[in-house]
Design a protein around this ligand. Structure first.
Ligand code: PFF
Length: 453
């Protein structure tokens, strides 16, 4: 067997895995959902979903990847030969592809905003101006596609460089930088007069807001945030060393990811409130409100460029893990050279991804075309986040318990008895056997409308 490229240090494992988890999700999903759905009350529900579903799936994926030392399709083929379990691997590849289709588009907008901020497009901008700038960008028939291609060139170059020389080296350099830049934005935002209202918006617990929908949102967010249910963590796990502590790594990644999400919220909302703007969701918040808010501060332009730079870093390291999934598959299962596998995947994403870029807004070129009542952009997001990810997660935990079995699991989680973590392993086993599947099934059936409880 050919010698597989691997992460070489424990720190590299951490930065790469955290690089996958930290992404656009932290900056435009988590803070907004938290603020709108009951602040600290939502964070508690989110943490429960992380502990009972997100983390167990992440640990299970690490186990499968590292044990089989293989890409998601190959891993299930090795661990359960002659069965159909490797369908989970294919579903993972499909999900990571679908996410890439729209994620690279949004990342492209973020890249373009770094340059717009530097060139002073937003100095003293009014709401009309920031709205117009964003509208022009996403309704243009070529600009989003060019930026999407630039994003794909950047991510592909890193992936072609390899697991260690590309992913590990880049995330080791970029993740600390991201953290420092975020800290800078936090300090600026929290020292603005009136900043406390933003902190309150983010953290004030309001348990009356906790409805069934909120639980569904929290679970979906836990999966998306931790990059689980789509083969990413199987692939990364296959690059881990046999001495890596799998549960320990997963817990550290999840905690650091939550910290980054909260820091993002603390950079955004105090500023939004200090200048008297309404908190908004997704694209509106990131591309319309934030440029306006930052433009009002002294040195706001520089800070705005820093903010979009850190968002671009977060998105880029997350995309590396997404692209690595089909690339590892093509290299190992189809014997394709790494460069060719990367270029083929990137070209396909560019080609199909333009449908997402060009349909992001009802006013855009393909925005009027609806499939099942959704634009291409929303359809890719819905199928991956609401169907493929929970299903992938569900079958992964079922596989761990019923196919891999408790003895093998104990060996993997304790690194063949070298770690003294029996109680952690027992707790994990009870959660993956009983709680995670039940929680995912209930929420999945509810979210697709089959079951109403
Ligand atoms: N975790 C990333 C985020 O929060 O933005 C998104 C993501 C990356 C999802 C990689 C899935 C994935 F495999």
């Amino acid at each position: 067997m050919q010698n597989r490229d691997k992460f070489t240090t424990s720190r590299g494992v951490m930065t790469a895995t955290l690089g996958s988890a930290v992404g656009l999700g932290n900056i435009w999903k988590f803070p907004y959902f938290t603020g709108k759905n009951g602040g600290a009350a939502f964070i508690i529900i989110y943490l429960i979903c992380v502990v009972l579903a997100g983390l167990p799936v992440m640990i299970s994926e690490f186990v499968i990847g590292r044990r089989a030392n293989s890409n998601p399709v190959g891993a299930f083929k090795k661990l359960a030969p002659g069965t159909a379990w490797h369908a989970i691997g294919y579903s993972g590849i499909a999900a990571s592809f679908l996410i890439m289709l729209f994620y690279t588009g949004v990342a492209g907008w973020v890249y373009s905003y770094i340059f717009r901020a530097i060139s002073g497009n937003f100095i003293n901008a009014s709401p009309e101006i920031t709205r117009e700038v964003f509208g022009k960008l996403i309704t243009s028939s070529y600009e989003p596609i060019i930026w999407q291609i630039i994003v794909l060139v950047v991510v592909s170059s890193i992936i072609i460089a390899g697991v260690q020389k590309g992913i590990e080296r880049m995330t080791k350099a970029l993740m600390p930088l991201l953290f420092v830049l975020l800290l800078l934005c936090d300090i600026r935002a929290l020292t603005l007069p009136g900043a406390l209202n933003g902190v309150e918006f983010l953290f004030k617990p309001d348990f009356t807001k906790l409805t069934r929908e909120v639980v569904i949102i929290a679970l979906g967010l836990a999966f998306f945030k931790l990059s689980v249910g789509m083969g990413t963590m199987v692939t990364y796990g296959s690059y881990f060393d046999k001495t890596q502590n799998l549960p320990g790594t997963a817990v550290k990644v999840a905690l650091s990811d939550i910290l980054v999400s909260m820091m993002a919220g603390l950079a955004i909302f105090p500023a939004v409130f200090a200048f008297g703007f309404e908190p908004d969701a997704g694209p509106g918040l990131l591309f319309i409100t934030i440029p306006m808010v930052f433009s009002k501060m002294p040195l706001g332009n520089i800070l705005l460029a820093i903010f979009f730079l850190l968002t671009a870093i977060a998105a880029t390291t997350a995309m590396m893990s997404l692209l690595e999934v089909p690339v590892a598959y093509l290299v190992e299962e189809k014997g394709c050279p790494r460069t060719k596998a990367t270029l083929m995947s990137a070209a396909t994403i560019a080609l199909l991804g333009s449908t997402a870029s060009l349909s992001a807004d009802t006013g855009s070129l393909l925005g009027g075309i609806k499939i099942f009542g959704k634009t291409f952009f929303d359809l890719y997001d819905y199928i991956s986040s609401n169907i493929l990810m929970p299903m992938g997660g569900l079958f992964t935990v079922i596989f761990i318990v019923w196919v891999l079995g408790k003895t093998n699991l104990e060996r993997e989680l304790s690194n063949n008895g070298r770690l003294n973590n029996e109680s952690v392993v027992n707790l994990f086993y009870i959660i993956v056997k009983y709680i995670s599947p039940l929680l995912i099934i209930l929420i999945f059936l509810d979210s697709i409308g089959i079951l109403k409880f």
